[in-house]
Design a binder for this molecule. Structure first.
Ligand code: ADP
Length: 279
């Protein structure tokens, strides 16, 4: 079982991602694809006169400020254009993909944050109308039913709150929860960088391996913004029993096969001799 999260940042090659998914499905691999849509959402939101706003938590994590209108735009793009675009690409390659959000079938459920703290100009303020939360439970029986029936689930935020509200969740952490719940050995997090860079944006400064005990230090010292959340997702996945997380590049050909071959940043509990090779 493999869970693959492909980001929605600029440069991500969805055709190449879908070609690799088709290849793996053809080999009989069981997998779930999770995707984002941040770049296109920002464009559409701006075009619709509701430009994106981001907030930074006191612990340094950046997230999208999500009011009701933002959730609506978010659904148009993530659940609409991006999700259906991926499903269409997979169908064209003979994969019987089925796309849906975390709301559908309560596939991703958890508590909504009633209030969050954000730092602005050095001051902390409390925001209450933010529709965000965290995935705590995954509807494994729904995903297993689909996989057993030969369908490939293509999942995207939003998720559903315990009270039944659509809420924005981080796609990387939702993918981590999905990998844990599905007892996946591998989680691939593919984005528009080669992996975790120790001197961002210098792409030659790729960190090849991170032990789980080093994640906090790497996140604090090297990762900014969104990369920190990917590392948090990786940490959660490993703590939940996933054997290996690869943060890899979704630009260019064979992004999934390359990540499975160890290209990118490999994050694992303990470095095995096989993984250590090639440095
Ligand atoms: P996606 O939408 O594909 O999930 P994100 O934009 O959320 O991707 O996160 C990837 C981004 O993280 C990169 O495009 C880069 O701007 C940023 N980033 C911050 N620090 C680092 C780092 N140390 N190494 C790599 N990327 C980093």
């Amino acid at each position: 079982m493999i869970v693959i999260k492909v980001g929605g940042s600029e440069g991500v090659d969805l055709d190449a991602v879908c070609a690799d998914v088709a290849e793996l499905v053809g080999r009989g691999e069981r997998l779930v694809l999770v995707h984002g849509g941040s770049h296109l959402t920002n464009e559409v939101a701006t075009a619709l006169g509701h430009p994106p706003r981001f907030i930074t938590s006191p612990s340094g994590y950046t997230s999208r400020l999500t009011d009701r209108r933002t959730i609506e735009i978010f659904e148009m793009v993530y659940c609409g254009q991006v999700n259906k675009g991926i499903v269409e690409r997979l169908q064209a390659r003979g994969v019987n993909a089925i796309g849906f959000s975390g709301i559908d079938g309560r596939v991703w459920q958890g508590p909504r944050k009633e209030a969050i703290r954000a730092v602005e100009n050095g001051k902390t303020r409390v925001i209450r109308d933010n529709l965000t939360g965290k995935v705590e439970t995954v509807n494994v029986s729904l995903l297993d039913t689909l996989l057993d029936g030969g369908y490939l689930p293509v999942l995207t935020p939003p998720a559903i709150s315990d009270k039944g509200e659509a809420m924005n969740v981080d796609g990387d952490r939702a993918a981590a929860m999905t990998a844990i719940a599905m007892k996946s050995a591998n989680l691939l997090i593919l984005s528009n960088v080669p992996g975790v860079l120790c001197d961002f944006p210098d792409e030659a400064s790729l960190i090849r391996h991170i032990n789980s005990s080093e994640i906090d230090t790497v996140a604090r010292e090297y990762a900014q913004g969104r990369m920190r959340i990917k590392l948090l997702g990786a940490q959660e996945a490993l703590a939940g029993g996933v054997e290996q997380v690869v943060i890899g590049d979704a630009r260019g050909d064979n992004p999934i096969l390359r990540a499975l071959a160890g290209e990118g940043t490999i994050i694992s509990e303990q470095l095995t001799p096989a993984m250590a090779g090639g440095d």
